[in-house]
Write a protein that binds this ligand. Sequence first.
Ligand code: NDP
Ligand code: OXD
Length: 295
Amino acid sequence: MMDMSILIAMPNRDQQALKNELLAMDNGLDVRLWPDIGRADDIEFAVLWQHPEGLLGQLHRLRVAQSYGAGVEGILKDRDLRHNVHITRVCGSALQDSMSAYLAERIAAHNLPGRSIAETRVGLLGVGRLGLAAAQHLQSLGYQVTGWRRSAGALEGVPVMHGGEQLFALCADSDFVICLLPLTPATENMLNIHLFNHFRPDAWLINVGRGAHVVENDLIFALDNGLLRGATLDVTRVEPCPAQHPFRRHPAIESTEHTASITDPHEAAEVILSNYHNLQHSAPLLCRVDHKRGY
Ligand code: NDP
Ligand code: OXD
């Protein structure tokens, strides 16, 4: 069997650290770091995060585009992505645990004095790998958690709702609304004035999905007009959020710098290596993404 090359193209992340992790697991790998991609036709597997424009168009033999994070919108929006390229992403306990801990911390920091944990209702939009783990963690701490998802199916141990009407009902009934959705055409701009109109005035929004889930002016209007109490934003449309942005000086907005859950290079390397071997053996890939669904 021919070995293939792995390209790491993530200009804003520590490419070398990931290469070191991969080589520590298998020192026979041919791992290339962007921009030194060598012969493009050797590359069948690419690890991408905010990858440079035009790169995918050069990789004619690419078979797997592996995101270095949980989100894949940066890969899917690339017009050079071919439909026969498998998309995979990082998933695992390090990513989940860090997200769950972040959410528990921010909820505790912003809960109302006198409201007990057992009385506190959390509405979690998106109960996939990260959302379900967070829901279970928050439940274990004693919070009342209800999830909201695309499909109608139930989830073991966590009550779930779905569909537009139920989304409004869930927000109307939640002290904290958390967005842990992937960014897709269906979820973009979903945190808008129509939704904020259904929030409780003392509700707190936590957005850890993507900045483009939020209609920014709608959020500011909603906060200024008492439709909700405040918001924690880990993600913004432009990152880092510019110093002059109105979110920066809004008294009811707390910002964190996309740090809710940061990919652990070791966990990422384990997924990448498994997928690299699975690809060679025509075995099912881990943490696959559906092109059409967008997540
Ligand atoms: P998953 O793909 O595992 O789960 C996605 C969830 O969102 C599923 O429950 C899915 O529903 C639901 N969903 C998708 N589309 C819709 C829709 N149109 N309406 C209702 N529900 C929908 O994703 P992960 O849990 O792994 O990650 C979620 C996102 O978290 C990532 O895409 C990324 O944007 C963000 N993230 C942020 C980080 C940070 O540090 N801020 C770190 C890591 C990720 P169903 O169950 O029915 O399929
Ligand atoms: C991710 C992220 O998608 O860090 O993993 O946002």
